[in-house]
Each structure stands twice: as structure tokens, then as C-alpha cells.
Design a protein around this ligand. Sequence first.
Ligand code: CA
Length: 231
Amino acid sequence: MHESRHILVVEDELDLAELLRYNLNVSGHNAEVVHSGQAALDAVAARKPDLIILDVMLPEIDGIEVAKRIKSSTETSDVPIIFLTAKSSDEDQIRGLDAGGDDYVTKPFSVKVLLARVVAALRRSAKGSSESEILEIGPIQLDTDKHEVMVDGSSVRLTLTEFKLLATLMAGPGRVLSRRGLISNAIGPGITVTERTIDVHIAAIRKKLGEHGSMIQTVRGVGYRLVDPES
Ligand code: CA
């Protein structure tokens, strides 16, 4: 049941890269470590990983660019990416999530926290292929099996976390979901993320929904709900 998952670590700080390799391997994963953006792209082309831990600040091709290239290929767009970032401003986080990051961890971080995020991301990505259902609300169509979202008939690319959040909101249209509830449904129970993380993901989803972004309403002091404009 617990097969070893192939995790690509992209980190140019050699000590940190080795620390991650050691801890991932001790935790039963199979870690491959590279130190540059180009090496990361080569490694992904050679063997598709189950997850990528990607440092943002890399020489030459930075982590944001690496993520964009991986997410723009249909072969690899479903590989979850956890960004390691030294920048903690909201703007930088949104930039990372826009580039296709499913999660981010701000340096300095505890290895224990990072490992928990890795397990959560792998679990989310494994769960994706089980049940098939098509949810449709107004102009938005979401296929839970194919992981496809169509808005006004055009395909919209969401990260796995964004997809899970939208699916959770679409499963109960009009119902207000608390940030805590969204975290538990879309990211996983027992995972500690700040409520602000949810706000960042929701902002990214709204942007991708374009003119229909307003279908996701903020309920002040509570959370979010998705409303059907046709009802
Ligand atoms: Ca770095």
C-alpha cells in the first residue's frame, strides 16, 4: 500500500538540499536532488516525479519559470509543486501560486512541517483519480475525474489545490464554507495552513474564472460561498 514516491528536490543551497534528501529518504520517500532550474527540467523530462519541492531563488532559470514550464506541458501539468520561498510577502506568494505551485513553505522552515505538506500534497494528488462526477454551476463545469474545469466552454488550468477548493465550493452552491472547513476539505484534515493561504488560493481562482470570478463571494468574518448567477 505504501509504495515509495519519487520526489524531486530542486535547491541550490547544497546543505539544505542534502538535509531534504536525507529526511525524505528516512520518511520512506525516494528523493532525487538537483541544484539548478535546467537540471530540474532535465530530471522531469527523464523521469516524471510524483512531487517537486522547488526553491524559488535559483540561478539562471528561477523556480517560478521552472514551475511555469512544468505546468504548461500536458505530460507534467498534474505534478504537485511545493515552493520553497525566502520571500513571505503576499504578492510573492500569489506569484508562486499563479505559476502553478500547489503549496509553498517559507524559509526558514521546519523539516517536520515540510514533510507534512509533502504527505498532504501526495494524498491530494492520489485522491484525484478515484471518483468521477461532473459538477455544473452557471458557466462553470468541473469534472472531478479528469480534473478539468471549463468556463464558458473554455478549459481553465487550475493547480490541484485550486481545483479541490473550487470542487468543494461547487459541491454546495450557496452554502457558506469557513476557511477552516475549506482547509479541511481541500487541503486535508490536521494540516496547519494559515487562513490567509486560503485567501491567496481563492484570489488566484477568481482571477482564472475571469468575469465569473465574482461567483465566489467573500462572506465577511466567515469564509466563502459560490453562488449560481442563474438562480
Ligand atoms: Ca536558492
